[in-house]
Ligand binder design. Structure first.
Ligand SMILES: [Zn+2]
Length: 347
C-alpha cells in the first residue's frame, strides 16, 4: 500500500446524541489521501442511498426539444462550425453524431459532440450502440488535429450527463479538450507516473493494477485490456470508478475494439447507476496525443446527485474550498456492488 502513497487513518467524532437520550455517541471515519492524484477524502461509515429516482421528465418542461439547439429543428441554425481548414463541411459527422466547436468555449480547443438527434436519453439507454458514433466523431476530430500537425500533446473526452453533473443541456453530449498543456489534474497524474518511473523503474499504472488485482479490495473487473477499479480516494460524494487501458500510451493507439470494450464497460457502470437511482454523472477520458510511455490512457466516472427536498448540491465548502471530499460510500463496498454488473452477459 505504501508503494503508491495510499494513506489511511481513522478519526473519531464525538457528540451527545439527541436521538438516544443525549448519550455519548462516537462516529468513526477514515481520512484517506492518494498521492497519485492528490485527492484527500473523508470516507464516512453511513452509506449513501438514494431512496427515489429523481424525476428526469421534469427537466423536459424547462428544456423542451423545441428550444434545444442540439435537436434537428435548431441544430443547423444554432450550432457553430469549424473553419474550412479544420473541416470543409464545418462539422465532423458519423451517422446522427456530430462534433463541432463549443459556442461557449473555455479552452483554446473546446468541442462538443452529440450522439444522435434524440433529446432525452435515459441513463439505462446509454448503450454501446447509442454511444458509439458520439465517441467516434471525437476521435475523428483528434485525428484531424494530428493531421494538421499542431503539436498538441494532450486531449480529453468529457461528459456532464444531466444537470446535477453540470450538464447545461439535457440532450446528451460530450465535450473535448485538446492542446499543448494538460489540465492541472492530468498534469498531476503525468507527474506521479514520471516520478514513480524514476524512483522504481516501473510503470505506475502497471504496478497499481497489479496491486489492486492482488489485494482484491477495489479491483472491479478486467474486460480485456481495460481494468476497472473503484478509486481508493474518490473525487465525488458517491464514489469514483476508474478505468485504465493497459499499455495504451496515446489516444491514437486505441483501436475500434478498444473503444467497443470501453463502451461496453461504461454501459455496465451506467446500468448500476440507473438501478441505484442515480440520474447523473461526470465522465472523463484522459489521453496523450503524443505517446508518453509513463502514462496509460485512462478515465473516471463520478456519479452525481442533488439532495432533496431542496435540490442541495453534492459539492459544498469542504470540497470546493478545502479540497477535501466527503464520501459516504466506502470504495471497497462500491467495488463489490459493481462486480456483478461486469459478470452479466454483454449489454
Ligand atoms: Zn435536444
Amino acid at each position: 500500500m505504501k508503494e503508491f502513497g495510499f494513506k489511511k487513518e481513522t478519526a473519531t467524532g464525538r457528540y451527545l446524541d439527541p436521538f438516544n437520550g443525549f448519550q455519548e455517541k462516537q462516529v468513526d471515519f477514515e481520512l484517506r489521501y492518494d498521492e497519485i492524484t492528490g485527492v484527500a477524502c473523508h470516507v464516512l461509515p453511513y452509506r449513501l442511498r438514494l431512496a427515489q429516482k429523481p424525476d428526469v421528465d421534469a427537466y423536459l418542461e424547462k428544456s423542451p426539444e423545441s428550444l434545444c439547439s442540439f435537436c434537428p429543428g435548431l441544430f443547423e441554425k444554432l450550432t457553430p462550425k469549424y473553419t474550412p481548414d479544420i473541416n470543409p463541411t464545418g462539422k465532423f459527422q458519423c451517422g446522427e453524431a456530430y462534433h463541432f466547436p463549443n459556442a461557449f468555449p473555455y479552452d483554446q480547443n473546446n468541442g462538443v459532440a452529440i450522439f444522435s438527434a434524440r433529446h432525452l436519453v435515459y441513463l439505462n439507454e446509454l448503450t454501446p450502440a447509442f454511444m458509439h458514433d458520439g465517441f467516434r466523431v471525437c476521435g475523428d476530430y483528434f485525428h484531424r488535429l494530428a493531421e494538421m500537425n499542431l503539436r498538441y500533446k494532450y486531449c480529453s473526452i468529457n461528459w456532464n450527463y444531466m444537470p446535477p453533473a453540470g450538464g447545461g443541456m439535457i440532450h446528451p453530449h460530450l465535450q473535448t479538450i485538446a492542446g499543448r498543456k494538460p489540465s492541472s489534474f492530468m498534469q498531476r497524474l503525468l507527474t506521479s507516473a514520471q516520478n514513480y518511473s524514476v524512483a522504481t523503474g516501473n510503470n505506475l499504472w502497471q504496478s497499481l493494477i497489479q496491486w489492486e488485482k492482488e489485494t482484491k479490495e477495489r479491483f472491479i473487473a478486467s474486460t480485456g485490456i481495460i481494468s476497472w477499479l473503484a478509486s481508493f480516494a474518490p473525487k465525488g460524494m458517491a464514489g469514483e470508478i476508474d478505468f485504465i487501458f493497459r499499455e495504451k500510451t496515446s489516444f491514437f493507439e486505441l483501436t475500434e475494439a478498444n473503444f467497443a470494450e470501453l463502451l461496453d464497460g461504461l454501459a455496465r457502470v451506467f446500468r448500476y447507476l440507473y438501478v441505484s437511482n442515480f440520474i447523473s454523472f461526470n465522465m472523463v477520458l484522459y489521453a496523450p496525443l503524443l505517446s508518453d510511455r509513463n502514462f496509460w490512457v485512462q478515465g473516471k466516472i463520478v456519479p452525481r446527485f442533488v439532495v432533496n427536498p431542496l435540490g442541495t448540491s453534492d459539492i459544498n465548502y469542504f470540497e470546493k474550498l478545502h479540497n477535501e471530499i466527503i464520501c459516504p460510500v466506502v470504495p471497497e463496498e462500491l467495488c463489490r456492488e459493481l462486480q456483478p454488473y461486469f459478470n452479466q452477459s454483454p449489454v
